[in-house]
Design a protein around this ligand. Structure first.
Ligand code: NDP
Length: 234
């Protein structure tokens, strides 16, 4: 059955791979962007997830185009790494506002119709850093760990209405976000990955489409690592 899917930050990187995977299986897929071009074959809506009004308008547009959102993938995210001693409160708040409060905004808007439909699949793209922590990533780790609390609370609040909320914790995935890291940082990261390689965005997408599938109806409040073993033990 073709579902109405919305992927935040689906214009590039992991979000784009997720959107393309849903489109390839015949779903109706919308993505949010912040002014960039919309990838071919996808329906794009302009939306910055730090702005509740833009979130509301984007959902209205998606609903008019492809019906109420049945599968929400909260993927949009940023980093602003620096050591705690140098991190300003603004840097902390800005990352949490985009990654965590942004997820709250889209979840709140999406669940309105999911409750009516008595169906919903919500998937949060967190990070291995949520569980492991990361030097220079106090803001990012806090925002990504927060997503686990959000998902598990939603699972408890809405689970009986056939709504699931799950979290994926990707490891090191090759995208623009990781392309900026130095060779030294990449080399050290690689040495920690049991699979001996970085991951591809499509490998996150495969886990997301599974969590949205009928076969995953009884998976709720789960944290699924897709990290080549990097985060094992947490
Ligand atoms: P990219 O930097 O390649 O893409 C980030 C996406 O998020 C872009 O589409 C960007 O939009 C969007 N975005 C950022 N801020 C906002 C905002 N305020 N409102 C709406 N959209 C926004 O990152 P990745 O594809 O690598 O990452 C995707 C997700 O996966 C993120 O949440 C990231 O934290 C997470 N992740 C990534 C890992 C990796 O190794 N790459 C590892 C673990 C987690 P725009 O194009 O307008 O900037």
């Amino acid at each position: 059955m073709a579902r109405s899917v919305l992927v935040t930050g689906g214009n590039r990187g992991i979000g784009l791979a997720i959107a393309q995977a849903f489109a390839a299986q015949g779903d109706k897929v919308a993505i949010t962007h912040r002014g960039s071009a919309v990838p071919e074959g996808l329906f794009g809506v302009k939306c910055d997830v730090t702005d509740a009004e833009q979130v509301d308008l984007a959902f209205a547009e998606v609903e008019a185009h492809q019906g109420p959102v049945e599968v929400l993938v909260s993927n949009a995210g940023i980093t602003d790494d620096t050591l705690l001693m140098r991190m300003t409160e603004e840097q902390f708040t800005r990352v949490v506002d985009a990654n965590l409060t942004g997820a709250f905004r889209v979840t709140k808007r999406a669940t309105r119709n999911m409750l009516k439909a008595r169906f919903g699949r919500i998937i949060y793209i967190s990070s291995v850093v949520a569980l492991n922590g990361g030097p220079g990533q106090v803001n990012y780790a806090a925002s990504k760990a927060g997503l686990i609390g959000v998902a598990r609370s939603i699972a408890r609040e809405l689970g009986s209405r056939n709504i699931t909320a799950n979290v994926i914790t990707p490891g090191f995935i090759e995208t623009d976000m990781t392309a900026v890291l130095s060779e030294d940082v990449k080399g050290k990261a690689l040495a920690q990955i049991p699979s001996g390689r970085f991951g591809a965005a499509a490998e996150i997408a495969a886990a997301v489409t599974f969590l949205a599938s009928d076969g995953a109806a009884y998976v709720n409040g789960a944290v699924l690592p897709v990290d080549g073993g990097l985060g094992m033990g947490h």
